[in-house]
Design a protein around this ligand. Structure first.
Ligand code: PAF
Length: 515
């Protein structure tokens, strides 16, 4: 199958003309080329969130000092174009420095306007050894944003200082674009992907993996209660010292937004480092949180074990377990208890809007569910409620009311939530999204075991048929139908133990937190 190669535009007039011809949202990924999996991740995020995707490839002289690697920076336009084609990129903007009027190196051309980031954000971290670098970045990114006028622009978290500075620029200058930060993509060794990694020999790649390990040591120390800035940076230094060939340029703990140095980790801190191995300079970072603010959303079909798994993940990570299934069951119970017909949407809408529903974490994990001050934790688990929950949950007013409540919990962060549309509708921006599923036969077997343990008699075939029917209903209903979010991780749990499923989700959460 032949792929359509994206057009490569090299001059600004043609680019502006292309931009004028585009309708729909534009996602923009600025790069310096030599694209790798880290860039592919940015492009994938851009195409998932926009109608059209543009990539720029421009090795920006303004961000290199005369002693840096501008002249040998890898340039691989044809390979980059192939990768862009595979990823469905619509256009590549690859100007020459002259086409952009940018011939000077870091520090810029004094005859031309530059965009100067706040000094407080450039004095530390990489700014200390790279004078003029971030001014070069803000100036080129401002130019590119003006030329492309994207709705969203995508940047990796590996360049955390760059990201914070660009976010400040967009905020301070009211630029009409949303900056979308994307996770660090790593090699299996933990080494963060970078175009500069190709300067490294194989043996060196193994050595530099120590950088991320050192950051993870500090993260583990935070989990053990260490919040002192110097103690944390010392840990990193000590660990990096196990590879004497590494020349550590800095290790700093700063505020992730303002980049101000932190003596102590209060809530959240960016622990960042730079090191050289020979002439190759590498950077990496990790965001440390005293309390995890991560949101983990788990959806998938009924009976896939979502609530058991969610409860266990919440418990292990000390996060709030937001039992949204229980919220829908509570609304169903409310309607049944009031004796209204379950298809009387108006009556049910009135009931839910007037009700007082609360979820309180239990010591033993899980939540106590109260409805108008009555404890209904057990009452919502009967087979009668189970049989009706789909009908009630599909109603617009019920859903809108409960989604508002769930999102309010999500704003505070630090929770695991499960429900049929968690990843697609309720928490589309959750750090971790899982589509948890199993075949209907497997789900029927598990449900039968549960019911038998509660003393009910079960007909396995009937159960399986009910599950198939419920999947059908759930995936064809008009409001929030059951479907996997494009960027969710699908976990098919047939043949996996619950512990294996939980471990896998915790791994994904840890990856997301260190990204
Ligand atoms: O991160 C990069 O590759 C560059 O700094 C950027 C944002 C493309 C500006 O030249």
């Amino acid at each position: 199958m032949s792929m359509r190669l994206p057009a490569v535009v090299t001059d600004t007039a043609a680019l502006r003309e292309w931009r004028r011809s585009q309708v729909g949202s534009l996602g923009f990924v600025p790069t310096m080329g030599n694209l790798h999996r880290g860039h592919a991740n940015l492009i994938e995020r851009a195409s998932a969130g926009n109608d059209v995707v543009a990539v720029s490839i421009f090795v920006n002289p303004l961000q290199f000092s005369p002693t840096e690697d501008f002249d040998r920076y890898p340039q691989t336009l044809e390979a980059d174009r192939q990768l862009c084609a595979q990823l469905g990129v619509d256009i590549i903007f690859a100007p020459t420095p002259a086409a952009l009027g940018l011939m000077a190196r870091a520090g810029g051309d004094p005859q031309r306007t530059r965009v100067v980031p706040p000094e407080s954000m450039t004095v530390g971290l990489c700014g200390r050894s790279r004078p003029g670098h971030f001014e070069g970045v803000t100036t080129i990114v401002m130019k590119l944003l003006n030329l492309l006028q994207p709705d969203r622009a995508y940047f990796g978290r590996k360049d955390a200082q760059q990201l914070a500075i660009l976010q400040a620029m967009v905020r301070d200058l009211d630029l009409p674009v949303t900056i979308v930060p994307c996770s660090v993509v790593r090699e299996p060794s933990g080494l963060a992907l970078s175009s500069r990694n190709q300067y490294l020999r194989d043996a060196d790649r193994e050595r530099v993996a120590v950088l991320f390990q050192a950051l993870q040591h500090a993260e583990a120390a935070v989990r053990d209660g260490e919040h002192d800035g110097t103690a944390l940076t010392d840990r990193v230094r000590l660990h990096c010292a196990t590879v004497p060939e590494l020349d550590l340029e800095y290790v700093e703990l700063v505020d992730p937004v303002s980049l101000a140095p932190l003596d102590r980790l209060e809530r959240s801190g960016l622990l960042a480092l730079a090191a050289c191995l020979g002439s190759t300079r590498l950077i990496d970072n990790i965001v440390l949180e005293t309390r995890s603010l991560i949101v983990i959303a788990i959806d998938g079909p009924a009976g896939a074990g979502k609530s058991t798994v969610t409860r266990a993940v919440a418990d292990r990570l000390r996060l709030l377990y937001l039992d949204t299934g229980a919220m829908y069951r509570a609304a169903t119970w409310l309607a049944m208890d009031a004796g209204v017909k379950l298809d009387d949407e108006a009556a049910i809408a009135k009931l839910v809007n007037d009700c007082d529903l609360d979820l309180q974490p239990q010591e033993s994990g899980g939540c106590t569910v109260t409805m108008n001050d009555t404890d209904i934790t057990a009452a919502i688990r009967t087979p009668e409620v189970t049989a009706n929950v789909s009908t009630v949950a599909a109603q617009k007013a019920v859903r809108e009311f409960l989604v508002r409540q769930q999102q309010a919990f999500g704003e505070r962060g630090g929770l695991v939530a499960e429900g049929r549309d968690m990843c697609t509708c309720v928490f589309p921006n959750a750090e971790v999204k899982i589509f948890l599923t199993a075949t209907p036969a497997e789900r029927a077997r598990r449900r039968a075991r549960d019911l038998e343990a509660q003393g009910y008699e079960v007909d396995l075939e009937k159960l399986e048929a009910e599950i198939v029917e419920r999947d059908r209903k759930d995936s064809t209903r008009e409001i929030a139908p059951l479907r996997k979010a494009e960027d969710a991780v699908e976990l098919v749990t047939d043949g996996m133990t619950i512990e294996e499923v939980i471990d896998r989700i915790i791994d994904l959460a840890n990856d997301a937190q260190s990204a």
